[in-house]
Design a protein around this ligand. Sequence first.
Ligand SMILES: Nc1ncnc2c1ncn2[C@@H]1O[C@H](COP(=O)(O)OP(=O)(O)OP(=O)(O)O)[C@@H](O)[C@H]1O
Length: 262
Amino acid sequence: MSDCLLQAKGLCMRFGGVIAIDGLNLSVKSGEIHGLIGPNGAGKTSFFNACSGRYPLCGGEILLQGQPISGLKPHQIAAKGLVRTFQHVTLFKGFSVLGNLMVGLHLSAGHRYLASLWRGKKQSEREAANRDKALEILEFIGLSQIAEQSAQTLPHGHQKMLGIGIALAAAPRLLLLDEPCAGMNSAEARQMIDLVRRIRQSGITLMLIEHNMQVVMDLCERITVLSFGQCIAQGTPQDVRANAQVRRAYLGSAGQEASDAA
Ligand SMILES: Nc1ncnc2c1ncn2[C@@H]1O[C@H](COP(=O)(O)OP(=O)(O)OP(=O)(O)O)[C@@H](O)[C@H]1O
């Protein structure tokens, strides 16, 4: 598939006797916002962990732009353009918002963008370039007004936004977002949805795990549904809503919500 950015083929992941991912096949197309949904324990986070190199696979392979990435270390996968966020953001609480982003930029300094930016520059010039880039990202994620505020005092929604800003500092081609709207009030969730759309407009492909069905149905062009580590449906929101197996897998949990969002 020529427009396929990420492809998982026959993926398996186990934790002792627990099969977290069971022969999973799925693909993410370049330029789309792709939702990953499924009941609790379906294997969604395990899939992100597999893609980002956090845990080893026990079978199958993952291709990014047609190149195998399975078996690479997380920083090597990030350098190839696949970057993830976590459900719970880890920030340097003693640093400012800007400081956190600058650390993020330093950590991904081996990456192609900064490598080209920094080549041949002196330390002071690098610092200035780093700060400019951090401010640019803060403007993009809508936190430039609070650049000097301590990260410790940030409300939950802003912490999640900053976590995404730090991920953007690694200049991803594909950004995996783990429950970006979790724990947010409706105003914060609207800001997050707007940010996700703007990230896509900037040329970055996104895949997101999200339990809020309304968010998934509004935001995603395609959706993959997992159940017991397997893909039980992949398609447009309309396809997924109409799928009887999806409704059964969700019965009694998010199923009613999924139907209601139709
Ligand atoms: N580090 C781990 N050690 C042991 N078992 C794990 C680990 N991570 C995941 N699992 C198990 O793998 C299965 C899939 O879990 P996973 O967290 O990927 O599901 P999920 O779809 O993300 O669920 P949720 O929506 O509740 O976050 C579950 O049975 C879980 O208990």
